[in-house]
Design a protein around this ligand. Structure first.
Ligand code: ZN
Length: 488
């Protein structure tokens, strides 16, 4: 395993000796079985899905309650030991990686899910609860927590909150931060804050709840949350359309947003992504002739009954016909039933995995104002064709949110080390183009370790100075996920 940020041996040694001293106190004053130093668990809990940094934690602690989190953080603060809060570890920026002898604080034994408040439409959960388990839990009462993405079977509510997770439903519902009413947070000192409760409206000074959302465990450890629920979506209709170019992707988006339905998803991917997907998995090609780009549209009707589904279909079919007649779409498929809809979704959701299965992708996740997407994609193609001839770039993502996942594939003949050293220069070229088009270098994956050197492409020096002041006010000894997002 290679490491783009090798741990400094001296630093790890100092961290480890302090961590072991803290660990002895934690075991003595909380529980002897609260921590693990099993080599396999150190590897498993010390890494996330990035897999580019060698995990090297000193221990993993598994608290069972907020009181235990509070006591162990107070000890780590006293001993000045770095702590990495840990959820489902599905992140793609290294935010949950422990490569420097830290103690990993796993919320895996805090998965309790409360009763759904059917009147208020809320749900209180512990931070280690799995995202998909939340969906299943509240579905029986006609509700959903509309935070939804491919890794929902492993990701946790605490991780979703720490990263302000996005996904395929952001166009319909917004990001995680729109769906959190209250938080229980433990500060580095061990102090417990109860913020917000279950209130929809609460205009009483600084919104501390939003301060903790999306800060990647650097300001506090979320232990419980009161989630805001949405009613279950209505009947849906899914289609996949092939188009000529990015301009057509955007024109079609404009049409879809004004269409006779609620737009529940607007995703896209290129033919290069589809080629790799079909090379990896036995899936049916959605169209007879390849198209440069594909758009997956999920339309939602008003209710969930069969009559609602029929009404939605009666509105969709003429709309699809008009899209073909206008020449915007070259070819496409409108799912006739649920299993066909799932097949179309599998084409989109299988891409990330098939890029990794058929090659070595260098992943990037950027956001652009939607109006800039066409010019951005053209400039990106032009810059990469000139600077990195022969490189294959696979682009897909949540285009309706302006969020592109840009995957640079390692050329077959190039060594892994040469590729990753060249992608550092390529990232700078990419982020320059992002900046010129007023975008963000991270849309939904966060900053973690991998994007930290580039944060200034999206945030000003004045903003970074304020962020450091906030961090030091809440965590003056810098024990919570130190070295992530920005250095203090
Ligand atoms: Zn995504």
């Amino acid at each position: 395993m290679s490491s783009t940020l090798p741990p400094a041996p001296g630093l790890v040694f100092r961290e480890k000796s302090a961590a072991l001293s803290a660990l002895a106190r934690i075991r003595a004053s909380i529980r002897t079985d609260i921590a693990s130093q099993e080599p396999s668990e150190l590897v498993e809990y010390g890494r996330d899905w990035t897999r580019v940094l060698a995990p090297c934690p000193s221990a993993i602690v598994f608290p069972r309650s907020t009181a235990e989190v509070s006591r162990l953080l107070a000890i780590c603060d006293d001993e000045r030991v770095a702590v990495v809060p840990s959820g489902g570890r599905t992140g793609l920026s290294g935010g949950a990686v422990a490569a420097r002898g830290e103690i990993v604080l796993s919320l895996a034994q805090m998965r309790r899910v409360g009763e759904t408040d059917r009147l208020g439409g809320t749900l209180r959960v512990q931070a280690g609860a799995i995202t998909e388990a939340i969906h299943q839990h509240c579905e029986v009462d006609g509700f959903t927590w509309p935070v939804d993405f491919a890794s929902k079977g492993s990701s946790t509510v605490g991780g979703n909150i720490a990263t302000n997770a996005g996904g395929v439903r952001v166009i319909r519902y917004g990001l995680t931060r729109q769906w959190v009413l209250g938080l229980e947070v433990v500060l580095a000192s061990g102090q417990v804050l109860e913020i917000g409760g279950a209130l929809e409206k609460n205009n009483t000074g600084l919104d501390l709840r939003q301060l903790f959302i999306g800060t990647e465990g650097t300001l506090g450890v979320v232990t419980e949350a009161t989630l805001k629920l949405a009613r279950l979506p209505g009947a849906t209709s899914v289609m996949l359309l092939g188009v000529h170019d990015v301009a057509a992707v955007l024109s079609l988006f404009e049409q879809a947003r004004r269409g006779p339905f609620t737009l529940a998803a607007y995703e896209f991917f290129s033919q290069r992504c589809l080629d790799r997907l079909l090379g990896h998995r036995k899936l049916r090609a959605p169209v007879s002739e390849p198209c440069p780009y594909y758009v997956l549209i999920e339309a939602e009707g008003e209710g969930a009954s069969d009559a609602d589904a029929t009404r939605l279909r009666e509105r969709i079919e003429p709309w699809v016909t008009s899209v073909f007649e206008s020449g915007l779409a070259k070819d496409g498929t409108l799912a006739q039933h649920g299993s066909q809809a799932r097949e179309l979704w599998a084409l989109r959701e299988g891409i990330s995995e098939s890029l990794s299965a058929t090659g070595l992708p260098h992943k990037n996740d950027v956001a652009l104002p939607i109006a800039q997407l066409g010019a951005f994609c053209n400039e990106l193609e032009e810059v990469f064709a000139r600077r990195y001839p022969g490189w294959e770039i696979c682009v897909f993502g949540h285009v309706g949110d302006g969020n592109l996942h840009i995957n640079i594939m390692k050329p077959e003949a190039m060594s892994r080390d040469e590729f990753f050293s060249k992608t550092k220069a390529a990232d700078v070229d990419l982020f320059e183009v992002v900046k010129r088009h007023h975008g963000s270098i991270s849309a939904e994956h966060g900053i973690g370790l991998l994007k930290k050197p580039y944060l200034s492409y999206s945030r000003s020096a004045a903003e970074l100075a304020v962020m450091r002041q906030v961090k030091l006010a809440l965590d003056p000894r810098n024990i919570l996920n130190p070295g992530k997002v920005f250095d203090v």
